[in-house]
Design a protein around this ligand. Sequence first.
Ligand code: SAM
Length: 244
Amino acid sequence: PPGLYIVATPIGNLGDLSPRAARILASVAVIACEDTRVTARLLQHIGAKTPMLPYHDHNADAVRPRLIARMGVEAVALVSDAGTPLISDPGYKLVRDARAAGVTVVTIPGPCAAVAALTLAGLPTDRFLFAGFLPAKAGARATAIAEFAALRASLVFYESAGRTAATLTALAEGLGDRPAAVAREISKRFEETVDGSLSALAARYADEPPRGEVVIVVGPPAAVAAPDAATLDEALHAALADAS
Ligand code: SAM
């Protein structure tokens, strides 16, 4: 049926494409995608010949109204090069405008590097903040990190391999030397997750950057122990004595 279908695709291992995702991609009228060469490989894998239409940061504003109009009468899928669309990838405005136009929006959930990395890191997962890519410029990056410092949550960052060591150092400076993990090449041949303190990980990758795609997960700040009753009493007495 007509509508917008948000389809998650593999982040490395093609076997992670769900049967439902494959069925939708093979049957929609058109697939809006970032890079047609990347999506063409996925379509070839499932033996589909669905037409594609590039939708990326540079043409999105021009293409969006046309896509929205088509969704009213036929099924349109949105994919990104890898993983879940809209997560550090294009699509948010497409969904926003589709909803505003009364288009049915359906998601076909699947791989997402942020969630996959959380499952590998061995750090608390009850509360986490997905921080995406930090700003590249040092000043803006430090400001962003400072905003996260007080959060009692694990933090998840996407990063390019080459910047990993510098980012780990900036995180250690801005957050304190917390436990962390670097997960790379998830679901691919050279998948590897290394854990350690932020400074130890920074040292490890300073000389030799991790190869491939990388997610950094940082644990929450150490819990400050609540004072017990005796300590509170003592503090209260001291304060009262000072006041008299
Ligand atoms: N939409 C994607 C998702 O759902 O994960 C993320 C797209 S974002 C442009 C690309 C970043 O995701 C990479 O720089 C890396 O930080 C992370 N990433 C993607 N695939 C990965 C993988 N297989 N292993 C580790 N990190 C990955």
